[in-house]
Design a protein. Structure first.
Length: 323
């Protein structure tokens, strides 16, 4: 069971904080992360999709969690073909030779290859404390659902592998066309060639949504993410993010996944089971149920795995941040 990790896709979600899942004495970022790490041994960092964190933030994460805790990083949106806001860009990273005045959102096409590499190195470098201390789980690349898997995207994944060094990489398809026919063969074959993990998903059953298939494509491990099954909200373009993930799984819905998870865990070095139905405490409740079903401990730990002293890692005080 040591290769099984169960966790949530956010520990700072405002809805979770408001439910009272965190005790009253866990009122700040440090207290919440320490409390979270006493109940789960892995978490997905969602904030890294929206902006590149400062390196000191990563050191705080290291300091506040047990030695064997793992952080899974959702990759900055620029590198998953999303448009990102001007304010999220690193200083000096505006497009060269263009007139960006008045433009508030940018995509990969707005930058030179040299600038993109600079931004990527800043992103990867600022998260290096996790890799250096053995607390890096994987980088999650989640591409837009309106992007097709194509030869250019295949080449892009090869480049991602080239510039990522030893970081483990997981790829989540968001349109079922990626898994169909020759496209599916090409996509999964590329993941196997690059030792990238295919992310299995449980999500609403819609015409474009990805089916709950689970091919194993990486020797280092595999990932399954539970998004909930709120089909009505997913099918409504006007529904907010919170509403889309407003779904509490019943034990009957999760139980079939138990055997699938146990079976997959025998074929990989490490398996991550992550709950993304982040509405209120739904994800925490479902993740706790899954830990119990898998025979994993759900008792609070005393941090005996070894919580590092932040003061020994950084010489100066760091500005407070939720993550």
């Amino acid at each position: 069971m040591g290769n099984l990790r169960v966790g949530l896709c956010s520990w700072t979600d405002a809805g979770l904080v408001k439910t009272g899942w965190y005790p009253k004495d866990a009122r700040d970022a440090e207290g919440r992360l320490r409390h979270y790490a006493s109940r789960f041994d892995s978490v997905e960092v969602d904030s890294t999709y929206y902006a590149i964190p400062d390196e000191t933030v990563a050191w705080r994460w290291v300091a506040r969690t047990p030695r064997d805790f793992l952080f899974n990083i959702k990759v900055y949106g620029l590198f998953t073909l999303h448009a990102v806001s001007r304010k999220s860009l690193p200083t000096g990273a505006l497009p060269e030779g263009k007139s960006p005045e008045g433009k508030e959102r940018f995509t990969l096409r707005d930058f030179s290859k040299a600038t993109l590499l600079e931004i990527w190195e800043r992103f990867k470098g600022n998260l290096s404390p996790l890799l250096a201390t053995g607390k890096m789980g994987y980088f999650l690349f989640q591409f837009p659902p309106n992007i097709d898997f194509s030869r250019p995207l295949e080449k892009y994944l090869h480049r991602v592998r080239e510039v990522s060094g030893p970081v483990r990489i997981a790829i989540e398809a968001r349109n079922r066309s990626w898994l169909e026919g020759r496209t599916g063969e090409s996509f999964l074959g590329t993941l196997r060639d690059l030792n990238m993990a295919y992310v299995a998903v449980d999500e609403p059953s819609l015409s474009w949504a990805v089916p709950a298939e689970w091919p194993i494509t990486a020797s280092w491990g595999s990932v399954v993410r539970f998004h909930g099954r709120n089909a009505a909200a997913w099918g409504n373009r006007g529904a907010g993010v919170s509403e889309k993930f407003r779904y509490l799984y019943s034990p009957e819905e999760l139980y079939p996944w138990k055997n699938r998870i146990l079976d997959a865990s025998t074929r990989v070095e490490r398996l991550f089971v992550m709950f993304n139905n982040c509405y209120g405490d739904y994800a925490a409740r479902n993740a706790t149920w899954m830990k119990r079903a898998l025979g994993l401990s759900i008792q609070e730990t005393d941090g005996s795995q070894g919580v590092l002293d932040y003061g020994t890692l950084m010489d100066s005080e760091v500005p407070k941040s939720e993550e």
